[in-house]
Design a protein around this ligand. Structure first.
Ligand code: ASP
Length: 438
């Protein structure tokens, strides 16, 4: 069977609910459905989850939230009416408003209601069983999920051969109170359900036809990635691309369950398949799986004559950064120099203190910092152990007059990462895409 998760845009209004039903009817193996709260219907619409957070802040500062609450409740009541559903949400909505006004509901429980009402409506629409996430997603005191107990609880609640709808994003603490994942956390609920039920595939339905090979704001109409490994995805999301909640990979990966990213608005598109590995299919010219990157890094670099013979120079630099609780992204080095690449935002506030401390610890001959650096990552499992790939990439960049400030390649050869000036960021991504993907 398949576990299918529908994101906020797939739950935005009655029209989207109809698409969801058609998708489920097209494949009877799609039995367990996880839903997000209703998302935006158009660009300038509001996500229900955002409105719920807003509602909570209003009440916290003693401001009435009736107008916002009306926007929330009418969204769900509209869907109920448009689909002519035989379910009455009014008593629960009224009770919720009463608890908000009485300040007798926690922030987390309040924001979880977006998913709760989505799932109630979807279960009624499909004629599926409603299984509350609070009854099976069980958190430990430290906020991690107790997978053993959660999986058992879900298996006990599922009726074999019968469809179920589950709200995403939340679960229960050991004391029974509602706890939510971080934003976008319905992806994790779906992954947990797929792992608990040993699903054949975890389908994650969204509003794009898969993970795109490059940011569509930088590249015109980029292609979707047909197949990506978990490791490649990790590289792509670390360096900037965002599709799935990061933590959603772990439960399915443990059970070797593939994830298929699909588009509710284009259901016949195959989307992106994510799994541990793929056999064959090695088009030698297609060595890049995806291109991504981020702006606004800084490079702190220092040189010291004879450094290569001294023990602990890098250690001393890192010690200073650890003291300031700063993690380093890359450490390019030469014989008598070393540099650390990190997000500018991490050092901005304490830059002068950090530089002074490094100076004191290392006593370097030179010590500089360069800002406005962008990091670009070309990711691809087919780049590994193939000579000539970085040559091609850097030749293409050189021909376009893009100066490379830093180069880094992981030992698994899954990526080639390089730094350019912020101003060259967009051009670098476009050059890679146009030279090696198109
Ligand atoms: N509704 C929640 C959010 O907007 C969780 C989710 O959609 O995955 O973050």
């Amino acid at each position: 069977m398949k576990v299918v998760k529908f994101g906020g845009s797939s739950m935005a209004d009655a029209g989207q609910y109809r698409k969801v039903r058609d998708i489920l009817l097209a494949d009877p193996e799609r039995m367990v459905v996880i839903v997000s709260a209703a998302g935006k219907r158009s660009k300038d619409d509001h996500k229900i989850t955002d409105l719920l957070y807003l509602c909570h802040s209003h009440v916290k500062y003693g401001v009435d939230c009736s107008r916002i609450f009306k926007m929330i409740s009418s969204r769900y009541l509209d869907i109920q009416r448009d689909l002519d559903l035989d379910i009455d949400l009014m008593p629960e909505l009224t009770d919720l408003k009463r608890r908000i006004d009485a300040k007798s509901i926690t922030r987390e429980e309040l924001v979880s209601r977006g998913e709760y009402f989505s799932a109630k409506l979807m279960a009624a629409y499909l004629g599926f069983q409603f299984i509350d996430a609070a009854d099976w997603v069980i958190f430990n005191m430290d906020g991690t999920v107790n997978q053993t107990d959660s999986y058992r609880a879900l298996r006990e609640r599922i009726t074999p051969g019968h469809g179920a709808v589950i709200p995403g994003f939340y679960g229960s603490m050991p004391d029974g109170t509602i706890h939510t994942f971080s934003r976008g956390g319905s992806d994790i609920t779906g992954s947990l359900a797929a792992a608990a039920l040993d699903a054949d595939v975890y389908e994650n339905w969204t509003d794009v036809s898969g993970i795109l090979m490059a940011d569509p704001r930088l590249v015109d109409d980029p292609q979707a990635i047909p197949e990506v490994t978990y490791d490649e995805l990790r590289e792509l999301s670390y360096s900037g691309a965002q599709v799935l909640h990061e933590d959603s990979i772990f439960p399915v990966r443990e059970k070797n369950i593939p994830v298929n990213i699909r588009n509710t608005n284009d259901p016949t598109a195959p989307g992106t398949m994510i799994q541990e590995d793929f056999d064959g299919n090695n088009d030698p010219d297609r060595f890049i799986t995806g291109i991504t990157g981020k702006k606004d890094f800084s490079i702190i670099s220092l040189s010291k004559r004879g450094m290569s013979n001294q023990v602990g120079v890098l250690y001393k630099v890192l010690k200073v950064l650890v003291r300031h609780n700063i993690s380093v992204d890359y450490v390019p080095n030469g014989i008598d120099n070393v540099s650390v690449v990190l997000p500018t935002s991490a050092i901005e506030k304490n830059l002068y203190t950090i530089m002074a401390e490094i100076k004191q610890e290392v006593e370097p001959d030179t010590l500089d910092v360069h800002h406005h650096i962008a990091v670009v990552a070309a990711v691809g499992r087919r780049m590994a152990f193939r000579p000539g790939i970085s040559g091609k990439i850097f030749a293409a960049l050189g021909e376009s007059g893009i100066n490379i400030r830093m180069i880094n390649q992981g030992p698994d050869e899954l990526n080639i990462i390089f730094g350019v000036d912020n101003k060259d960021f967009e051009a670098a991504i476009r050059v890679l895409y146009n030279s090696f993907v198109k």
